[in-house]
Design a binder for this molecule. Structure first.
Ligand SMILES: [Cu+2]
Length: 170
């Protein structure tokens, strides 16, 4: 009987140790849901597939900018203009082409870059319009869905000659 009693005591001690261990395991398991809660954050980059942004047509005013190259130099007229989100800017080839309209992706507000790019038809490359070769050719960019900010632009062939401007979206 004594022998059995010791065996039971030892067994109880082992059980106690085990259950204690399990309790500790349970508390650590309860703490793990926190890391798993971060998994939705890793799903966030899927919004980076917003490369498939649809163009948003202009709903406001259309502002005209002339593209000029003459004996006074190469320039946009006006070079600086302020518009509202939802307006459009129509670039008109006047003289001295070819000209185009290009935005440097590095200078464009990140939250509107994809939308502005989507709003530019027949691009040569990201944020870069085709060349306008002949007088009265024009290229219109909708600023629909483009957020307020400062949008510097230039003419690719004449950037070195200072043919650039700034559109401020209010
Ligand atoms: Cu030009």
């Amino acid at each position: 009987m004594r022998f059995y009693g010791l065996a039971l005591l030892a067994g109880a001690a082992v059980l106690g140790a085990c259950s204690g261990g399990e309790k500790k395991a349970d508390t650590t398991a309860a703490a793990t849901p926190a890391p798993s809660a971060t998994t939705p954050a890793t799903a966030a980059p899927s919004t980076g597939t917003a490369g498939a942004v649809a163009p948003i047509p202009a709903t406001g005013a259309t502002h005209e900018v002339k593209m000029i190259g003459d004996d006074k130099g190469y320039r946009f007229e006006p070079a600086n203009l302020t518009i509202k989100s939802g307006d459009a800017v129509k670039f008109i080839m006047v003289t001295g082409g070819p000209h185009n309209v290009a935005f440097d992706p590095a200078t464009i507000p990140a939250d509107s870059k994809a939308q502005l790019d989507a709003n530019m038809p027949q691009k040569m490359s990201e944020l870069s319009s085709p060349m306008l070769m002949n007088p009265n050719e024009s290229y219109t960019i909708s600023f629909g869905g483009v957020k307020p900010g400062v949008y510097p632009f230039h003419c690719t062939p004449h950037l070195a000659m200072g043919m650039k401007g700034v559109i401020t979206v209010q």
